[in-house]
Design a protein around this ligand. Sequence first.
Ligand SMILES: [Zn+2]
Length: 395
Amino acid sequence: MKFKLQKESKNLSARAGEITTDHGKIETPIFMPVGTKATVKTLTNEELIQANAQIILGNTYHLYLRPGMEIMENAGGLHKFMNWNKPILTDSGGYQVYSLAKLREIVDNKITFRSHIDGSLHEFSPEKSINIQRTLGSDIIMAFDECTPYPCDYSYAKESLKRTHEWEKKSKEYFDNTNPHYSHSQALFGIIQGSTFDDLRYESVKYLTDLEFDGYAIGGLAVGEPKKIMYDLTNKVCEKLPKDSPRYLMGVGKPEDIIEAIANGVDMMDCVLPTRNARNGSLYSWQGRINIKNAKYKNDFNPIDSNCDCYTCKNHSRAYLNHLYRNQEITGLRLNTIHNIHFFLELTAKAREAILNDTFSDFYNNFFNNYHVEQDNYLNNLKNKENYKNKKKNN
Ligand SMILES: [Zn+2]
């Protein structure tokens, strides 16, 4: 994997770059649709490509449990299994073990847990996680870490960070001493943890950059903390990271969070929001989020967004989508997802275009002038916007 920094924004920390993998190039900043169980829910690969998806995610925990690694190895890896020929990033499995598995227990350098599907007993370790991701054959592998919850007290965050660093060091050593299972190469990203504590975050940046990973992810954010904390920490961490490596903010997020992350210097983001919310009838546009199940759309024969050129907006009205949703028609879930994925990818593509054209500050201000940020985040965003107005890039 190679990363080329192409342009840095003048007034904000936004940057445009290009990641080259054996499965093709990724133009950053980029949103990565989540294909948890070897599919981006409801979409075909062709529909993903039409939405300009350049890289998708797969989940180690889910794919390890089902279909399992024997089938995955027989298939020749995840790319061949799902017939997706562009880049794939897989997570380490750690996050899902914490959020889904039952009766998990940390003993030495291993987590034992029971499957949420059938209660069977399993064990994850840094080495096991790398082995699984070698079998999956993802272009970008994530090191094994512990994602701390929010809130998290300082002593636990410190203890957890020490363990995460040991796990990541083992991940790196094991990665360096093993080979890909298939004919393409794989890269390894480290994950910066440290909860909401500046000193722990800085310690994590130092520890991981000394180990020299191919890229750096910021984990343990977007787990329920106030937005201001997420934006500030992202900014502080990005300022300490090397410029010549890609940066990935995990699990982010809402459109306004994506734009803030890009303004803070993040290159890659992923979230289940556009797909999960599409299936709940929440649809996004440059003006904000609408709920298609609302009665006011029953007789609305406009598209979701008249400026959107996705298949759904070019062919169908809000009234039709409202009708499909109310009847829980599968086609409705698909049409909603096609639109949302198209919008999230357009969001990062337009941000990239603005960075390359030296107009990102205008893009940023226009976005927040037009986009209705929902109440829970509104004040934090306003505050943040003020901060950015006079902010000069801190080199
Ligand atoms: Zn659309």
